[in-house]
Design a protein around this ligand. Structure first.
Ligand code: FES
Length: 251
């Protein structure tokens, strides 16, 4: 059975015995990731409308050299490498964009154009192995965004709640779920261990690993929800900052 499938895939690009519409799975990925990529690039280059009152766009946080003393370009360009690197090297997104954009392979049991497989052992794809280090960076960014979310409840030094406060808070919660459900983090807690009770802090690590495993099972939805939330949070701050809409004060 497995041999028959391999033979079919070797027949040529797109050859498959599948009768379902396998391409339906990759079409939304192309559209959503493509649109997000265009929007995020334009916003990162814009260098304006990233702050209003206690709100700051997640694309621009932490805000570095907004007065352009030594950096003449958009401040977002100084920091976007961290979150972008984390997403690009994410195990789930790798599967999604290898299929959707490189058609490599387009789907399970569908023939691909290339027959030599070197995995991620050569440049540039060997750089995907940096994911764990991007995870450490992502945790630092999460700290900044959590601070921004708390700050978004302070209007001229007084506690208040605006729609923006809720948007920025929901965004950091979803980003935290995405980060905590990361495969690398789960491996950090319990990977390469055969026996939790035979190692230092085994019980704690076992508990952490079980909790992270429960989150890890939902990594794909967290990946998409946090992608939407970060884009929407930026769009909200931009819309308020440029006067397109008014922030609604709830309290
Ligand atoms: Fe997706 Fe780490 S595997 S963020």
């Amino acid at each position: 059975m497995a041999e028959a499938r391999v033979a079919q895939e070797r027949r040529g690009f797109g050859a498959t015995g599948r009768r379902d519409a396998w391409w339906v799975e990759i079409a939304p990925v192309v559209i959503v990731l493509g649109l997000f990529g265009v929007y995020a690039t334009l916003r990162a280059l814009e260098g304006a409308h990233y702050e209003w009152g206690p709100y700051i766009s997640p694309f621009y946080s932490p805000l570095i050299d907004p007065e352009h003393r030594w950096w003449p370009f958009s401040p977002a360009l100084l920091i976007l490498g961290g979150p972008l690197g984390f997403r690009v090297t994410c195990y789930y997104y790798r599967k999604a964009y290898y299929r959707a954009f490189f058609l490599d392979p387009p789907a399970c049991s569908v023939g691909e154009a290339r027959h030599g497989y070197r995995g991620e052992t050569k440049l540039p794809f060997i750089l995907q192995n940096l994911h764990r280090y991007f995870l450490y960076l992502a945790v630092v960014f999460l700290g900044f965004l959590a601070y921004d979310a708390v700050r978004s409840f302070s209007f001229d030094g007084r506690f208040g709640i605006g729609v923006g406060s809720l948007v920025l808070t929901a965004n950091v919660v979803l980003l935290a779920l995405y980060t905590l459900s990361c495969h690398s983090l789960r491996h950090l807690a319990g990977g390469a261990l055969d026996c939790f009770s035979c190692t230092a802090f085994g019980r704690t690590r076992g508990k952490a690993w079980r909790g992270l495993t429960a989150l890890n099972e939902r990594h794909m939805p967290f990946a998409w929800m946090s992608l939407f939330s970060v884009g929407l949070a930026d769009l909200y701050v931009r819309s308020v900052a440029c006067g397109l809409i008014r922030d609604l004060r709830i309290l």
